[in-house]
Design a protein around this ligand. Sequence first.
Ligand code: ADP
Ligand code: MG
Length: 332
Amino acid sequence: MTRTPTTSVDLQRLLDQRGNPDQPRFGAGAEIVCDGLVKIYKVADLEVVALQGLDLLVEPGELIAIVGASGSGKSTLLNILAGLDVPSAGRALVAGHDLLSMKERERTAYRRGVIGFVRQQTASNLLPYLSARENVELPMSLAGVRAGARRSRAEELLEQVGLARRAGHRPDRLSGGEQQRVAIAVALATGPRVLLADEPTGELDSVTAGEIFGLMRRASELYHVTVVIVTHDPQVADHVDRTVAIRDGRTASETLRRVEAGDDGEHRIISEEYAMLDRAGRLQLPREHIEALHLERRVRLLLEPTHVGVWPDGSDGPMPAPPSVPDEEDDA
Ligand code: ADP
Ligand code: MG
């Protein structure tokens, strides 16, 4: 289709008004940059496209959640960010490391030093024959940290996750929630820049899950670590700054959360949902919007001074407007 969208405003005037066109490189300054990320799994003769051009930026120190239906690509994304799996195409940068071009030696150092990882299966995060303290010390041993420093760091971390008094217990003497607390301490042991958690509360009741989310928030504040939590627990939205929804291997929408003081002095939480616009200009409309207006196949777009209107094909409006339409006219 070569026809330009209909417009009721002077397009050139809007273009002239925009700011400096020299935009910085996509994702400059971000701790995590995913740009058109693709992951294809080949199983026998079949190809499964787990990620199909996923875009995501996470700022240093940010705490975000990734939500989405089972099979939408959440674990695939997290495994790539953790350096456990290699993308098929696109760009992925974490703390300055290029995950597509990284060689094996750098990848190992990256997994041990840059990333902390917490899994869903509480038992799989910890070695069963080591105490909580020994589990926290283990990644530091691999990184060559001296015994004295290991010991004091392990104690500090177990204190921070509220388990100082159970440091000598093995995992089987700890509850599921306690095991995940230790797992967070293990993940933070080498001072990673990024903490990744794949369904960390999947085996926990909702009260304990809330405590684990709260702990991850504290960790992000205390250790200035960037945190990405994959979950399908909706209560995570109360604990993070931003919730990114993945659909079919792509980021579909984002919900931002902020606290606002009302006139009565009460603080309330405001959540606002945004659709994602990719760099090619593609936008995914929410299913409910599509169904409510019976949108299908193609739509008409109308550029207004402050927004873009989307109209069903074949509807009466909007007709291509004459250039003299005043700016104040609004169809919202
Ligand atoms: P989620 O974590 O959101 O449930 P996944 O990332 O695990 O989703 O899976 C995304 C898609 O990729 C699914 O269709 C899944 O079957 C497929 N997939 C994931 N891992 C593999 C693999 N190792 N081999 C083949 N297909 C896979
Ligand atoms: Mg998963």
